[in-house]
Design a protein. Structure first.
Length: 300
């Protein structure tokens, strides 16, 4: 049987859905509507890609980059959709749990890890050549941003002052590479800009390079979003600082291949709404202790 599958939109969710696509490929040939074909580079010839003709800026940019991989689906395919609803997240205990529930997939098979081709590493090595990285391990750093396309970006973000304070606590341990795709009025950094050792803030790193950079890094430091999911997929230690909207429970299904630290507000909130004024106050003393112990455990 052939399936025409409408996939998720966000980069992190599209990484997570690897485990669903992999399960469905055991019995069916799939035409997947997606903006991110590269995320499924290892799935073989039974998986085809159909351009998801949306209007989201980053998704459209990558779909155009990979348009040579897109096909027109044949007629007669059975339609399916990968999705998650907030009620199901609460019922199933996590975002990926909700996705697996709606997809009627095995809830115990949630491995969305990504093998990273050498060619992707070569692309990163070329852009980092001559940047004097040998003296410190690399940190993949995701600044806090607001995107007009995502209503939940602002409530999701942690308190930026606490975020900056925790980052500065360990900044001397790492060569920090900051990644974003900023555009005035469309996507911008929250609070005072942090001066990283190296910045790619104009979308210079494509999806493949982001994945390879996450793999090469010793730590991913981020708020909830694609960077943390990417770290989980490639097995890199990660720190995730939470704000409002959700708690670590929502992200609790992932390949346990690397240490992970979640830092949450004193009063965690799992409202999953864009209008609730969540209390994002963090016990900064405890958070600093936890972060230092975590990093000490990674590097001795």
């Amino acid at each position: 049987m052939g399936l025409l599958v409408r996939g998720m939109l966000g980069l992190g969710d599209c990484i997570r859905q690897r485990c669903i696509i992999r399960q469905w490929l055991k019995t069916d040939e799939i035409w997947l509507e997606t903006s991110w074909p590269c995320l499924y580079h290892d799935f073989g010839s039974k998986l085809h890609f159909v351009n998801y003709n949306g209007t989201l800026r980053t998704q459209t940019k990558n779909a155009n980059r990979e348009k040579h991989l897109m096909e027109l689906p044949p007629p007669g395919l059975v339609r399916k959709e990968i999705r998650m609803m907030h009620a199901a997240i609460s019922l199933q205990g996590s975002m990926l749990g909700a996705m697996l529930y709606y997809a009627k997939c095995d809830k115990n098979d949630y491995d969305f890890s990504i093998p990273v081709p050498i060619a992707w590493h070569d692309k990163v090595d070329a852009i980092l050549d001559g940047k004097n990285l040998d003296r410190k391990p690399i940190m993949f750093y995701r600044p806090l941003v607001v995107r007009t396309e995502w209503r939940n970006s602002r409530p999701r973000n942690p308190d930026y002052k606490a975020y900056d304070k925790l980052l500065n606590l360990i900044r001397d341990r790492y060569f920090i590479i900051s990644v974003a795709d900023l555009q005035p009025g469309i996507e911008w950094i929250v609070g005072e800009p942090f001066k990283a050792d190296l910045e790619f803030h104009g979308g210079e790193l494509d999806c493949e390079m982001l994945i390879a950079l996450a793999k090469q890094s010793s730590l991913v430091f981020a708020a909830p979003g694609f960077a943390t999911v990417m770290a989980q997929a490639v097995g890199t230690p990660s720190v995730c600082i939470y704000g409002g909207h959700e708690t670590p429970q929502a992200h609790s299904l992932y390949p346990k291949t690397a240490p992970h630290l979640s830092i949450v507000p004193i009063k965690p909130c799992a409202c999953f709404t864009s209008s609730h004024m969540c209390d994002k106050t963090i016990d900064i003393t405890k958070a600093e202790t936890d972060l230092l112990q975590f990093c000490d455990g990674l590097h001795g």
